[in-house]
Design a protein around this ligand. Sequence first.
Ligand code: ADQ
Length: 803
Amino acid sequence: MHFFRLRLVAALLIGITVISLGSTYFDVLAHKLYLQQDLKRRSQWFGAGLQAQIEREMAIGSPEELPGVLEHLRQYADQPGLAVYDTQGKLLAAAGETSPLKNISAGTFGLLKHPLNDGKEASAFVRVPVNEGQSFPAMGSVMNRGVNLLRPTRLWYEAAIPLHNGQRTIGALVMVANAEYIRADGIAVWRRSFLRIAAMVILIVVVTLVMVRWFLFQPATRAAEWLRRLRQGKADVDEGAKEFAFLLPLANEVTSIAENLTRARAAAEAEARLRDAAEHVWTADRLAVHVRERLGDGKLFVVSNREPYMHVRKGKETECVVPPSGLVTAIEPVLHACDGTWVAHGSGNQDKAFVDEHDRLRVPPEEPRYTLRRVWLSEEEEAGYYEGFSNEGLWPLCHIAHTRPIFRASDWNYYQRVNAKFAEVLVEEMRGTERPVVFVQDYHFALLPAMIKKARPDARVAIFWHIPWPNAEAFGICPWQGQLLAGLLGADVIGFHIQSHCNNFMDTVDRVLEARTDREHFTIRRHGHISEVRPFPISVAWDEHTVEEEPYAEFETDDPDEIQATSYQLKRDLGIETQHMVLGVDRMDYTKGIVERLLAVEQLLEDHPWYHEKLTFVQIAAPTRARIPSYALLRTQVQETVARINGRFETSQWKPVILIERQCSHAEVRRYYCAADICLVTSLHDGMNLVAKEYLAARKDGDGVLILSRFTGAAQELRDALLVNPYDIVQVAEAIHTGLEMSVGERRLRMERMRHQVKEHNVYRWAAAVLTDVCAVRLATDATGYPTSPQNHTPDSLTELTY
Ligand code: ADQ
């Protein structure tokens, strides 16, 4: 540190001094030049006056009077010395310091050469030795006079002017002026500059040292301290990131390293805690290690309709958005660990600007770990495959929610075409890969497993069906049920949330296809290929070590007054003024039972007027599939029902129902979860329902009540929820009443048991289970025992499927 300071001071001293001296040198030069010019001008002006007078005297022809005249003129004009020479250079007369003037010999003209020979004026600055008793210089240049430079010298100005009589030159007038003041002035300027430079150097050095201390040493010391505390796990990443914002590029790097450090430390601690408690809770890191081992040298490919990163324009900026989805949480750690490929529809309006020539990009953008391959769909394809066949056909077909499915032949064509397009992309991505493992997501890609298998029999394929599978009669409505089943049976593993969906699927296959279903092992054999049918209940992430950004994360206390005070505060922060808050969070979908839920709240207010002005029901509804008529109709129904209930009960102080129609951030939804006395999930039919599990995961305080529809997959696991039939409005209203009246002890006991269930069966466990199963699949082999794998084979037509 000292050495750095010394070097800094020395560099400053040398640099500033050299620059200042250079600048002063040129200042002095300019000043001297100015004084010399000024002296010359004055001499010329004065000489012109003298010249005329002396010429007159000489013309009269009385040389003996010249010394007197010169003396008079010298004193009158305050001139140190004057002399007149004849044409031979002989001194005719002199005044003032005369002796040196007399010493000029006629032979060596020196300065007199020009006026006497050419009739022109001449002048020079000369440096002459200071002779004792003689303050007047001899004429001529210094060189001529051989000045000894070691002796003290003085500066004189000499000017010689020709004297005329008519056209004839009759001699020369020599004027001598003291120019020593010019040298003295230069020295004075140097002296002043030295003082100024010295003061400037000292000031700059002091200011620089202070600034270096404030802006470099002190922040650097604090940054080092912050990093040390981070390393020890005692500091918060955000606090440091804020303080060092002015070092932004560096701060970002440091923050990222520190975050990784914190995460790694937290994961290691969590693992250690789990080992210590002999628990088997799945974490993102454990999942990553587990899947990497199962995959070996194989490569993972994930296919979904929704992409994990979208580039969208917001105002003038383009943002990279992560759509809120449990799938990204579950799948990302695996892809991070094994650097796989995620194939998805590029639906962001700026997506095309961020891919390479193969439509690929590396993600996450700030720390690329795996490849995202975007697939482009035309508007017609999107309308037919996504909105039409998937969401107007399969979605209502699989949910018994009494909304009639619509099957159009044109939508079916697009569905096949888009499935084939994704299959082609996958085959292209898998080219050159030895042991590909493909994990297909959801009902948008029922045909994809068979298409992949046809092109790459050596690929292990799993598909997870995120929505319910209805009974065989209900599924029979679909005109293309056979093709859908045949497509699905191309997969080695077919996953549903719960056993009853698996059973329904087996029944449907039994009824529609010629295949051997084995109910003991839950396998289906068709055309020599075996598919396993398994329940894999999906869940949410459980990261106990994640740093929560809101102050609601933990308020561990058993004191009911304190709990109530905190609960009030949480509600007030969200703008809710009542004692109780009941919450619903859903996409605005007719399967979620939002209207039924509203009717139940109305029933409660009717049956229990006690809750007037004491309870607010908040419904957060994310807009979804807005172009489909049944969704537009639902939205109108919800808005009208909310308006009607509010119109019926509201007072000047109180609005019983608040409808928030927008997609909120994870953090915002979590704040509502933490503040809600009751989370109300009333789906008419739901594969799993992640909102119920998210509510439980958010309640680190151990309080809160979950009311859950018995028609959700989650109801199979969460037996401590208040289970309801959402069609029974009175029952749901009574469940809300029961939840509000439930004792703290009862609430906490139920919450603890449900949280334990979600913690044990989190989303990492779900991903591990599916991928473990598919990696363990034994592939069909040919007579030689090798997988029947036509490497790099692209079929003529991926849509040619038989069933
Ligand atoms: P979804 O039908 O979308 O999922 P769900 O499981 O409840 O239903 O998941 C919804 C997700 O969206 C949750 O993560 C929730 O937090 C979020 N969400 C809802 N409204 C929101 C809002 N307004 N703002 C922000 N986020 C909001 C399908 C099946 C389910 C199955 C999942 C997973 O229909 O049965 O559980 O897939 O397999």
